[in-house]
Design a protein around this ligand. Structure first.
Ligand SMILES: Cc1cc2nc3c(=O)[nH]c(=O)nc-3n(C[C@H](O)[C@H](O)[C@H](O)COP(=O)(O)OP(=O)(O)OC[C@H]3O[C@@H](n4cnc5c(N)ncnc54)[C@H](O)[C@@H]3O)c2cc1C
Length: 409
């Protein structure tokens, strides 16, 4: 039996503490908040998309290559089937949606039920939980961590597991300070970087707030006339300051990288075919249906509020009927549906991301144990690691899986 100190009572820390205690170790869990699992409780809009359906090799495809390679042992040890089974045993049955996302069965407070399940597991395993206690630093020198500083107290243990999460939503307790401590001990870290965050635009459309664009493709280019950098097929929604929704969240990290590199430009195609093909179809329609209003044609592809704005802004360029359209008018119509300009992004917020990219560099961590290389008693897990999956239950699964291995002492 060894003494284990787990710092952070979120998804990863709860699993790590439960696992280590189940293996017979004396475990203490320290959490800054007055209650456990605060970020878990707001996950999935309070419904908590706990994981994603599929075998480990399927889930791994959702992650960047280096992250997938790192996560392989963890997902094989404690994958989505294991999470679902554990929750079922704890009285929280789940269901997979058509898109593979797994949620607790639909009922109010389902995220709270997930946290309660883990709290129950931790408690029954005999973990000592100390809530409302914020760690402020660590002392030690490779290969041995000596103590964790907590409110002027130095807590020691045979093994330390850091599960302090990322740096987004700091109000949930994740202030992102821990990589700084580890960097000063010579441990390699990647700076935090925004991910899965809404994208503010330089010229937002507050009048379109709440208007969705569906089933199209969000595209990122290196400037207005620049080359295509990335795209994501999915819905988005206009906000007061820019855009949000699945496509915006998924492209937010690439958008911020492009912006910092000097030039970023966003467009949305509600018709994801080539502009030439749309133009050909429009010309055919001019022949077959000459009196059709340009506005009516646009309305087939864009929401009403956007159509009204496009028509007003186009002014004389857009004749009312298709038969009178000039080449410029046709070009304008085609552009609105194949590359609706959203324009230049502004700085994407680290704080509003569902996850933070960056963290402890994966090269410095043993993927089979989550032990820091060169250290004999220090492990890390969860979002604190340089792992950021897409929306869909992948991030919680990565936290559960890495927490499980970290606790397997
Ligand atoms: C709004 C929102 C919705 C999300 N929805 C989903 C979803 O549906 N599905 C999904 O897979 N992922 C979702 N995520 C992401 C997911 O919640 C996180 O990736 C996951 O919670 C990370 O788990 P973790 O245990 O590593 O960190 P956390 O759950 O953040 O836990 C870290 C804990 O450490 C504590 N802590 C930090 N520093 C200290 C310190 N110095 N001393 C003591 N304690 C400390 C914090 O208070 C916190 O409780 C969402 C995130 C957000 C913000």
């Amino acid at each position: 039996m060894v003494t284990v100190l787990v710092v952070g009572g979120g998804a990863a820390g709860l699993v790590a503490a439960w696992r280590a205690a189940s293996l017979g170790h004396a475990v203490t869990l320290v959490e800054a908040n007055g209650r456990l699992g605060v970020k878990l409780r707001i996950s999935g809009g309070g419904k908590c998309n706990v994981t994603h359906e599929g075998a480990p090799r399927e889930l791994l495809k959702a992650f960047a290559q280096d992250q997938a390679r790192f996560l392989r042992p963890a997902l094989h040890a404690f994958g989505s089937a294991e999470v679902v089974e554990l929750l079922r045993r704890e009285g929280v049955p789940t269901q997979a949606r058509d898109n593979g996302r797994i949620f607790p069965l639909d009922r109010p407070g389902s995220a709270g039920a997930v946290v309660a399940a883990f709290e129950g597991l931790v408690e029954r395993a005999g973990v000592t939980v100390r809530r409302g206690l914020r760690a402020t630093g660590v002392t030690g020198q490779a290969p041995h961590l000596q103590a964790l500083q907590v409110d002027g107290e130095a807590l020691s243990a045979d093994v330390f597991i850091l599960a302090t999460g990322g740096a987004s939503y700091p109000e949930t307790g994740t202030r992102g300070e821990v990589p700084g401590w580890l960097a000063s001990l010579g441990i390699p870290v990647q700076p935090w970087f925004p991910a899965l965050s809404p994208i503010p635009l330089r010229s937002p459309r507050p009048a379109w707030e709440g208007v969705p664009l569906r089933a199209g493709v969000l595209r990122l280019s290196a400037g207005k006339e620049g080359r295509r950098l990335a795209e994501f097929a999915g819905d988005l929604v206009f906000t007061r300051f820019g855009i949000s929704g699945p496509a915006a969240l998924e492209l937010s990290q690439a958008t911020e990288r492009a912006r910092r590199a000097g030039a970023a430009w966003l467009t949305y195609a509600t018709v994801a075919t080539l502009a030439e093909a749309v133009d050909a179809a429009l010309q055919a329609e001019q022949q077959s249906n000459p009196r059709l209003l340009a506005e009516t044609w646009l309305r087939r592809h864009l929401p009403e509020r956007i159509v009204a704005a496009v028509v007003t802004e186009a002014g004389a360029t857009l004749s009312p009927m298709l038969k009178d359209l000039t080449r410029a008018g046709r070009k304008l119509l085609v552009a609105q549906v194949t590359a609706l300009p959203l324009g230049e992004p502004q700085a994407v917020s680290l704080a509003r991301g569902e996850v933070a990219a960056g963290g402890i560099a994966l090269a410095g961590v043993d993927p089979h144990t989550m032990a820091l290389r060169g250290w004999d008693n220090l492990r890390v897990c969860g979002e604190l690691l340089d792992i950021d999956g897409p929306v869909g239950g992948y991030n919680l699964q990565a936290a559960f899986s890495t927490g499980y291995l970290a606790g397997s002492i």
